[in-house]
Design a protein around this ligand. Sequence first.
Ligand code: GUN
Ligand code: ZN
Length: 418
Amino acid sequence: MRGDLLDFTAAPAWGDTESPAVRFDRDHWLLIEDGRIVGRQAAEPDASWARKDHAGQLVLPGFIDTHVHCPQLEVIGSYGTELLDWLQRYTFPAERAFADPARSRAGAEVFLDALLASGTTSAVVFPTVHKVSAEALFEGAAARGMRLVTGKVLMDRHAPDGLRDDVEQAERDCVDLIDRFHGRERLAYAVTVRFAPTSTPEQLAMAGALCRADASLYMQTHVAENRAEVAWVAQLFPQARSYLDVYECVGLVHERAVLAHGIWLDAADKRLLAERGAQVAHCPSSNLFLGSGLFDWPGAEFNVSLASDVGGGTSLSLPRNLLDAYKIQALRGARLTAWAALHAATRGAAEALRLGGEVGGLSAGQAADLCVWDWARGPVAEARDAAARELHERVFAWMTQADERNLAACYVAGQRRV
Ligand code: GUN
Ligand code: ZN
Protein backbone atom coordinates (compact mmCIF):
# COMPACT_ATOMS: atom_id res chain seq x y z
CA MET A 1 0.00 0.00 0.00
CA ARG A 2 1.42 3.29 -1.10
CA GLY A 3 0.77 6.57 0.72
CA ASP A 4 2.05 9.17 3.21
CA LEU A 5 2.59 7.01 6.32
CA LEU A 6 2.19 8.60 9.76
CA ASP A 7 2.47 6.89 13.13
CA PHE A 8 4.36 7.14 16.44
CA THR A 9 7.30 5.30 17.97
CA ALA A 10 6.85 6.76 21.49
CA ALA A 11 4.69 9.27 23.34
CA PRO A 12 5.37 12.80 22.05
CA ALA A 13 6.22 15.27 24.83
CA TRP A 14 3.42 17.70 25.73
CA GLY A 15 3.77 20.87 23.65
CA ASP A 16 6.41 19.56 21.19
CA THR A 17 5.46 20.38 17.62
CA GLU A 18 8.74 18.84 16.50
CA SER A 19 8.99 15.43 18.08
CA PRO A 20 11.33 12.48 17.59
CA ALA A 21 8.36 10.23 18.40
CA VAL A 22 6.70 11.09 15.08
CA ARG A 23 7.38 8.77 12.16
CA PHE A 24 6.33 10.32 8.87
CA ASP A 25 7.34 8.63 5.62
CA ARG A 26 6.08 10.61 2.65
CA ASP A 27 5.18 8.45 -0.33
CA HIS A 28 6.29 5.12 1.11
CA TRP A 29 5.06 1.54 0.77
CA LEU A 30 3.58 -0.59 3.53
CA LEU A 31 3.94 -4.31 2.91
CA ILE A 32 0.96 -6.34 4.12
CA GLU A 33 0.63 -10.11 4.22
CA ASP A 34 -2.16 -12.22 5.74
CA GLY A 35 -3.69 -9.20 7.49
CA ARG A 36 -0.43 -8.06 9.09
CA ILE A 37 2.13 -5.40 8.29
CA VAL A 38 5.40 -7.06 7.31
CA GLY A 39 7.48 -4.03 6.29
CA ARG A 40 7.64 -0.42 5.11
CA GLN A 41 9.98 0.97 2.48
CA ALA A 42 10.60 3.82 0.05
CA ALA A 43 11.24 1.59 -2.93
CA GLU A 44 8.38 0.23 -4.99
CA PRO A 45 7.93 -3.47 -4.21
CA ASP A 46 8.55 -6.02 -6.93
CA ALA A 47 5.87 -7.24 -9.31
CA SER A 48 4.89 -10.21 -7.10
CA TRP A 49 2.98 -7.80 -4.76
CA ALA A 50 -0.61 -6.74 -5.39
CA ARG A 51 -0.82 -2.94 -5.12
CA LYS A 52 -3.13 -0.49 -3.43
CA ASP A 53 -2.00 2.91 -4.58
CA HIS A 54 -2.99 5.72 -2.20
CA ALA A 55 -0.26 8.11 -3.34
CA GLY A 56 -0.93 11.64 -2.10
CA GLN A 57 -3.16 10.42 0.73
CA LEU A 58 -2.51 10.14 4.45
CA VAL A 59 -2.27 6.62 5.91
CA LEU A 60 -2.82 6.40 9.67
CA PRO A 61 -3.31 3.46 12.00
CA GLY A 62 -7.05 2.88 12.53
CA PHE A 63 -8.32 4.98 15.41
CA ILE A 64 -9.09 3.43 18.79
CA ASP A 65 -12.21 4.83 20.47
CA THR A 66 -11.89 3.82 24.11
CA HIS A 67 -15.39 4.77 25.25
CA VAL A 68 -18.55 4.76 23.17
CA HIS A 69 -22.14 3.56 23.66
CA CYS A 70 -23.64 1.43 20.88
CA PRO A 71 -27.31 1.93 21.89
CA GLN A 72 -26.99 5.71 22.03
CA LEU A 73 -26.64 6.50 18.31
CA GLU A 74 -30.24 7.56 18.23
CA VAL A 75 -29.97 9.99 21.16
CA ILE A 76 -26.90 11.78 19.77
CA GLY A 77 -27.52 15.52 19.82
CA SER A 78 -30.34 15.50 22.39
CA TYR A 79 -31.16 18.98 23.59
CA GLY A 80 -30.82 20.80 26.78
CA THR A 81 -29.65 18.79 29.78
CA GLU A 82 -26.73 17.73 31.95
CA LEU A 83 -25.70 14.17 32.67
CA LEU A 84 -28.21 12.88 35.25
CA ASP A 85 -31.26 14.39 33.59
CA TRP A 86 -29.95 13.40 30.13
CA LEU A 87 -29.72 9.76 31.27
CA GLN A 88 -33.32 9.72 32.52
CA ARG A 89 -34.85 11.70 29.72
CA TYR A 90 -33.12 10.32 26.62
CA THR A 91 -30.62 7.55 27.27
CA PHE A 92 -32.41 5.04 29.46
CA PRO A 93 -35.52 4.96 27.21
CA ALA A 94 -33.33 4.32 24.14
CA GLU A 95 -31.42 1.54 25.90
CA ARG A 96 -34.61 -0.25 26.97
CA ALA A 97 -35.37 -1.13 23.34
CA PHE A 98 -32.24 -3.34 23.24
CA ALA A 99 -34.01 -6.02 25.29
CA ASP A 100 -35.31 -7.13 21.88
CA PRO A 101 -32.66 -9.35 20.24
CA ALA A 102 -33.54 -8.12 16.75
CA ARG A 103 -33.10 -4.50 17.89
CA SER A 104 -29.76 -5.38 19.54
CA ARG A 105 -28.49 -7.06 16.40
CA ALA A 106 -29.62 -4.29 14.06
CA GLY A 107 -28.20 -1.67 16.44
CA ALA A 108 -24.82 -3.42 16.58
CA GLU A 109 -24.60 -3.66 12.78
CA VAL A 110 -25.34 0.02 12.21
CA PHE A 111 -23.02 1.03 15.03
CA LEU A 112 -20.01 -1.05 13.92
CA ASP A 113 -20.36 0.09 10.31
CA ALA A 114 -20.55 3.69 11.53
CA LEU A 115 -17.34 3.23 13.56
CA LEU A 116 -15.52 1.93 10.47
CA ALA A 117 -16.93 4.74 8.33
CA SER A 118 -15.44 7.18 10.86
CA GLY A 119 -11.99 5.59 10.68
CA THR A 120 -12.25 3.74 14.00
CA THR A 121 -11.10 0.12 13.75
CA SER A 122 -10.87 -0.77 17.48
CA ALA A 123 -13.21 0.24 20.27
CA VAL A 124 -14.13 -0.22 23.90
CA VAL A 125 -17.91 -0.24 23.85
CA PHE A 126 -20.87 -0.02 26.21
CA PRO A 127 -23.90 -2.04 25.08
CA THR A 128 -26.90 -2.19 27.45
CA VAL A 129 -27.78 -4.24 30.53
CA HIS A 130 -29.18 -6.93 28.22
CA LYS A 131 -26.92 -9.89 27.61
CA VAL A 132 -28.09 -10.07 24.00
CA SER A 133 -26.77 -6.56 23.31
CA ALA A 134 -23.23 -7.68 24.22
CA GLU A 135 -23.60 -10.88 22.17
CA ALA A 136 -24.71 -8.84 19.15
CA LEU A 137 -21.66 -6.58 19.41
CA PHE A 138 -19.24 -9.49 19.78
CA GLU A 139 -20.76 -11.30 16.82
CA GLY A 140 -20.86 -8.17 14.64
CA ALA A 141 -17.23 -7.31 15.44
CA ALA A 142 -16.08 -10.88 14.74
CA ALA A 143 -17.84 -10.77 11.36
CA ARG A 144 -15.88 -7.60 10.52
CA GLY A 145 -12.57 -8.82 11.96
CA MET A 146 -12.51 -5.91 14.40
CA ARG A 147 -10.73 -5.63 17.72
CA LEU A 148 -13.53 -4.95 20.19
CA VAL A 149 -13.76 -4.83 23.95
CA THR A 150 -17.22 -4.94 25.48
CA GLY A 151 -19.30 -6.60 28.17
CA LYS A 152 -22.86 -6.54 29.37
CA VAL A 153 -23.67 -3.45 31.46
CA LEU A 154 -24.09 -4.04 35.19
CA MET A 155 -26.84 -1.95 36.79
CA ASP A 156 -29.06 -3.20 39.59
CA ARG A 157 -30.43 0.04 41.05
CA HIS A 158 -31.40 3.63 40.22
CA ALA A 159 -32.48 2.66 36.73
CA PRO A 160 -36.01 2.21 35.32
CA ASP A 161 -37.84 -1.09 34.91
CA GLY A 162 -36.47 -3.11 32.03
CA LEU A 163 -32.94 -1.81 32.63
CA ARG A 164 -32.00 -3.46 35.92
CA ASP A 165 -30.33 -6.81 36.52
CA ASP A 166 -29.58 -8.54 39.82
CA VAL A 167 -26.29 -9.75 41.22
CA GLU A 168 -26.76 -13.50 40.65
CA GLN A 169 -28.18 -13.36 37.12
CA ALA A 170 -25.64 -10.70 36.12
CA GLU A 171 -22.78 -12.86 37.35
CA ARG A 172 -24.08 -15.89 35.42
CA ASP A 173 -24.42 -13.76 32.27
CA CYS A 174 -20.89 -12.36 32.64
CA VAL A 175 -19.36 -15.80 33.16
CA ASP A 176 -21.17 -17.19 30.12
CA LEU A 177 -20.14 -14.26 27.90
CA ILE A 178 -16.53 -14.49 29.12
CA ASP A 179 -16.46 -18.21 28.30
CA ARG A 180 -17.86 -17.69 24.83
CA PHE A 181 -16.13 -14.50 23.66
CA HIS A 182 -13.15 -13.41 25.78
CA GLY A 183 -9.95 -14.05 23.82
CA ARG A 184 -11.83 -15.45 20.83
CA GLU A 185 -10.67 -13.93 17.53
CA ARG A 186 -9.98 -10.27 18.28
CA LEU A 187 -12.56 -9.93 21.06
CA ALA A 188 -12.07 -9.25 24.75
CA TYR A 189 -14.48 -8.99 27.66
CA ALA A 190 -14.80 -5.93 29.87
CA VAL A 191 -16.51 -6.12 33.24
CA THR A 192 -18.82 -3.17 32.62
CA VAL A 193 -20.06 -1.24 35.62
CA ARG A 194 -22.22 1.60 34.26
CA PHE A 195 -21.24 3.92 37.12
CA ALA A 196 -21.21 3.70 40.89
CA PRO A 197 -24.77 5.05 41.41
CA THR A 198 -26.41 2.28 39.36
CA SER A 199 -24.76 -0.66 41.15
CA THR A 200 -25.34 -1.83 44.70
CA PRO A 201 -22.24 -2.44 46.85
CA GLU A 202 -22.96 -6.17 46.39
CA GLN A 203 -22.86 -5.87 42.61
CA LEU A 204 -19.66 -3.81 42.74
CA ALA A 205 -18.09 -6.52 44.90
CA MET A 206 -19.14 -9.18 42.37
CA ALA A 207 -17.59 -7.12 39.55
CA GLY A 208 -14.35 -6.79 41.49
CA ALA A 209 -14.27 -10.54 42.16
CA LEU A 210 -14.62 -11.25 38.41
CA CYS A 211 -11.61 -9.00 37.72
CA ARG A 212 -9.54 -10.57 40.48
CA ALA A 213 -10.28 -14.06 39.17
CA ASP A 214 -8.94 -13.27 35.69
CA ALA A 215 -6.35 -10.51 35.20
CA SER A 216 -6.82 -10.61 31.42
CA LEU A 217 -10.32 -9.09 31.72
CA TYR A 218 -10.86 -5.41 31.05
CA MET A 219 -13.03 -3.15 33.21
CA GLN A 220 -14.93 -0.14 31.91
CA THR A 221 -16.97 2.45 33.75
CA HIS A 222 -17.58 6.18 34.20
CA VAL A 223 -15.93 8.30 36.88
CA ALA A 224 -16.08 11.93 38.05
CA GLU A 225 -17.82 13.28 34.96
CA ASN A 226 -20.26 15.80 36.37
CA ARG A 227 -20.44 17.71 39.66
CA ALA A 228 -23.97 16.62 40.57
CA GLU A 229 -22.99 13.02 39.84
CA VAL A 230 -19.92 13.31 42.10
CA ALA A 231 -22.10 14.72 44.92
CA TRP A 232 -24.59 11.85 44.48
CA VAL A 233 -21.81 9.26 44.73
CA ALA A 234 -20.54 10.92 47.94
CA GLN A 235 -24.06 10.58 49.37
CA LEU A 236 -24.46 6.94 48.30
CA PHE A 237 -20.99 5.85 49.46
CA PRO A 238 -20.24 7.99 52.55
CA GLN A 239 -17.38 5.72 53.62
CA ALA A 240 -15.45 6.15 50.35
CA ARG A 241 -12.62 8.69 50.22
CA SER A 242 -13.62 9.74 46.70
CA TYR A 243 -15.66 8.60 43.70
CA LEU A 244 -12.66 6.68 42.34
CA ASP A 245 -12.18 5.08 45.77
CA VAL A 246 -15.58 3.36 45.41
CA TYR A 247 -14.07 1.38 42.53
CA GLU A 248 -10.65 1.01 44.15
CA CYS A 249 -12.12 -0.54 47.33
CA VAL A 250 -13.56 -3.46 45.36
CA GLY A 251 -10.55 -4.05 43.10
CA LEU A 252 -11.85 -2.45 39.90
CA VAL A 253 -8.94 -0.05 39.35
CA HIS A 254 -6.29 -2.06 37.55
CA GLU A 255 -4.12 -1.94 34.43
CA ARG A 256 -6.96 -2.99 32.16
CA ALA A 257 -9.41 -0.47 33.61
CA VAL A 258 -10.82 2.18 31.26
CA LEU A 259 -12.53 4.96 33.20
CA ALA A 260 -14.40 7.55 31.15
CA HIS A 261 -14.15 11.29 31.85
CA GLY A 262 -12.14 11.77 35.08
CA ILE A 263 -12.75 15.52 35.11
CA TRP A 264 -13.35 15.95 38.85
CA LEU A 265 -10.47 13.88 40.29
CA ASP A 266 -8.22 15.06 43.11
CA ALA A 267 -4.45 14.62 43.42
CA ALA A 268 -4.73 11.31 45.32
CA ASP A 269 -7.09 9.91 42.66
CA LYS A 270 -4.66 10.89 39.89
CA ARG A 271 -1.76 9.24 41.70
CA LEU A 272 -3.78 6.09 42.23
CA LEU A 273 -4.69 5.82 38.52
CA ALA A 274 -1.01 6.19 37.64
CA GLU A 275 0.06 3.60 40.23
CA ARG A 276 -2.52 1.10 39.01
CA GLY A 277 -1.67 1.68 35.34
CA ALA A 278 -5.33 2.44 34.59
CA GLN A 279 -6.42 4.84 31.87
CA VAL A 280 -8.87 7.68 31.59
CA ALA A 281 -10.84 7.82 28.35
CA HIS A 282 -11.06 11.56 27.69
CA CYS A 283 -14.37 12.38 26.00
CA PRO A 284 -14.03 15.95 24.74
CA SER A 285 -17.17 16.43 22.64
CA SER A 286 -19.29 14.85 25.35
CA ASN A 287 -17.75 16.97 28.10
CA LEU A 288 -18.51 20.14 26.15
CA PHE A 289 -21.96 19.08 24.97
CA LEU A 290 -23.23 17.98 28.40
CA GLY A 291 -21.46 20.90 30.10
CA SER A 292 -19.54 18.46 32.29
CA GLY A 293 -16.24 20.35 32.62
CA LEU A 294 -12.76 20.88 31.20
CA PHE A 295 -10.45 17.87 31.56
CA ASP A 296 -6.96 18.63 32.91
CA TRP A 297 -4.94 16.69 30.35
CA PRO A 298 -1.49 18.20 31.01
CA GLY A 299 -2.00 17.48 34.73
CA ALA A 300 -2.69 13.79 34.11
CA GLU A 301 0.13 11.56 35.31
CA PHE A 302 -1.88 8.53 34.17
CA ASN A 303 -2.60 7.16 30.68
CA VAL A 304 -5.07 9.23 28.67
CA SER A 305 -6.85 7.87 25.61
CA LEU A 306 -9.46 9.51 23.41
CA ALA A 307 -13.11 8.67 23.12
CA SER A 308 -16.27 9.86 21.39
CA ASP A 309 -18.71 8.88 24.17
CA VAL A 310 -21.54 8.97 21.66
CA GLY A 311 -24.45 9.70 22.44
CA GLY A 312 -23.18 12.19 25.08
CA GLY A 313 -20.52 13.00 22.49
CA THR A 314 -21.64 14.64 19.28
CA SER A 315 -19.58 12.70 16.71
CA LEU A 316 -18.08 9.25 16.26
CA SER A 317 -15.26 10.90 14.31
CA LEU A 318 -12.10 10.97 16.43
CA PRO A 319 -10.66 13.91 14.44
CA ARG A 320 -13.79 15.89 15.42
CA ASN A 321 -13.21 14.87 19.04
CA LEU A 322 -9.50 15.76 18.85
CA LEU A 323 -10.44 19.24 17.71
CA ASP A 324 -12.74 19.55 20.73
CA ALA A 325 -9.88 18.31 22.92
CA TYR A 326 -7.69 21.10 21.53
CA LYS A 327 -10.39 23.68 22.30
CA ILE A 328 -10.81 22.39 25.85
CA GLN A 329 -7.10 22.82 26.50
CA ALA A 330 -7.14 26.25 24.84
CA LEU A 331 -9.84 27.30 27.34
CA ARG A 332 -7.60 26.04 30.14
CA GLY A 333 -4.61 27.97 28.80
CA ALA A 334 -2.78 24.93 27.38
CA ARG A 335 -2.14 23.82 23.80
CA LEU A 336 -2.62 20.27 22.51
CA THR A 337 -0.34 19.37 19.59
CA ALA A 338 -1.54 17.24 16.71
CA TRP A 339 1.11 14.76 17.80
CA ALA A 340 -0.13 14.34 21.38
CA ALA A 341 -3.72 14.20 20.11
CA LEU A 342 -3.18 11.63 17.36
CA HIS A 343 -0.87 9.57 19.55
CA ALA A 344 -3.59 9.30 22.21
CA ALA A 345 -6.09 8.14 19.57
CA THR A 346 -3.74 5.45 18.20
CA ARG A 347 -0.53 4.17 19.83
CA GLY A 348 -1.27 5.71 23.24
CA ALA A 349 -4.62 3.94 23.50
CA ALA A 350 -3.12 0.68 22.24
CA GLU A 351 -0.35 0.78 24.86
CA ALA A 352 -2.79 1.67 27.62
CA LEU A 353 -4.96 -1.29 26.59
CA ARG A 354 -1.85 -3.53 26.59
CA LEU A 355 -2.35 -4.09 22.85
CA GLY A 356 0.70 -2.14 21.70
CA GLY A 357 2.22 -4.92 19.61
CA GLU A 358 -1.10 -5.53 17.91
CA VAL A 359 -2.76 -2.22 16.99
CA GLY A 360 -2.16 1.53 16.98
CA GLY A 361 0.86 1.67 14.65
CA LEU A 362 2.28 0.90 11.24
CA SER A 363 5.16 -1.37 12.26
CA ALA A 364 5.99 -4.85 11.05
CA GLY A 365 4.09 -7.39 13.14
CA GLN A 366 1.07 -5.18 13.83
CA ALA A 367 -2.35 -5.92 12.37
CA ALA A 368 -3.06 -4.07 9.14
CA ASP A 369 -5.83 -1.98 10.74
CA LEU A 370 -5.39 1.26 8.88
CA CYS A 371 -7.20 4.15 7.32
CA VAL A 372 -6.48 6.23 4.26
CA TRP A 373 -7.48 9.88 4.51
CA ASP A 374 -7.74 12.70 2.01
CA TRP A 375 -5.45 15.47 3.18
CA ALA A 376 -8.16 17.95 2.25
CA ARG A 377 -11.72 18.00 0.95
CA GLY A 378 -13.27 21.10 -0.52
CA PRO A 379 -11.79 24.47 -1.42
CA VAL A 380 -11.27 25.77 2.13
CA ALA A 381 -9.37 22.73 3.38
CA GLU A 382 -7.47 22.49 0.09
CA ALA A 383 -6.27 26.09 0.35
CA ARG A 384 -5.29 25.54 3.98
CA ASP A 385 -3.43 22.34 3.15
CA ALA A 386 -1.54 23.98 0.28
CA ALA A 387 -0.44 26.83 2.57
CA ALA A 388 1.10 24.57 5.25
CA ARG A 389 4.88 25.06 5.50
CA GLU A 390 5.84 22.24 7.82
CA LEU A 391 4.55 18.86 8.91
CA HIS A 392 2.93 19.74 12.23
CA GLU A 393 1.14 22.69 10.66
CA ARG A 394 -0.19 20.44 7.90
CA VAL A 395 -1.32 17.62 10.16
CA PHE A 396 -2.82 20.01 12.73
CA ALA A 397 -4.80 21.77 10.00
CA TRP A 398 -5.96 18.35 8.79
CA MET A 399 -7.05 17.46 12.32
CA THR A 400 -9.13 20.64 12.58
CA GLN A 401 -10.78 20.25 9.16
CA ALA A 402 -11.17 16.50 8.69
CA ASP A 403 -14.13 14.30 9.51
CA GLU A 404 -15.53 11.03 8.19
CA ARG A 405 -15.95 12.59 4.74
CA ASN A 406 -12.14 12.62 4.43
CA LEU A 407 -11.97 8.85 4.85
CA ALA A 408 -10.94 7.33 1.52
CA ALA A 409 -10.55 3.72 2.69
CA CYS A 410 -10.55 1.68 5.88
CA TYR A 411 -8.82 -1.69 6.22
CA VAL A 412 -9.28 -4.12 9.09
CA ALA A 413 -6.67 -6.87 9.28
CA GLY A 414 -5.84 -6.09 5.68
CA GLN A 415 -9.44 -6.43 4.44
CA ARG A 416 -11.04 -3.35 2.95
CA ARG A 417 -14.21 -2.49 4.92
CA VAL A 418 -14.89 1.06 3.67
N1 GUN B 1 -22.63 7.97 33.24
C1 GUN B 1 -23.40 6.87 33.41
N2 GUN B 1 -23.95 6.47 32.25
C2 GUN B 1 -23.50 7.32 31.32
C3 GUN B 1 -23.70 7.42 29.91
O1 GUN B 1 -24.41 6.65 29.28
N3 GUN B 1 -23.05 8.45 29.27
C4 GUN B 1 -22.26 9.32 29.94
N4 GUN B 1 -21.66 10.31 29.26
N5 GUN B 1 -22.06 9.26 31.26
C5 GUN B 1 -22.67 8.27 31.94
ZN1 ZN C 1 -20.14 7.13 28.48
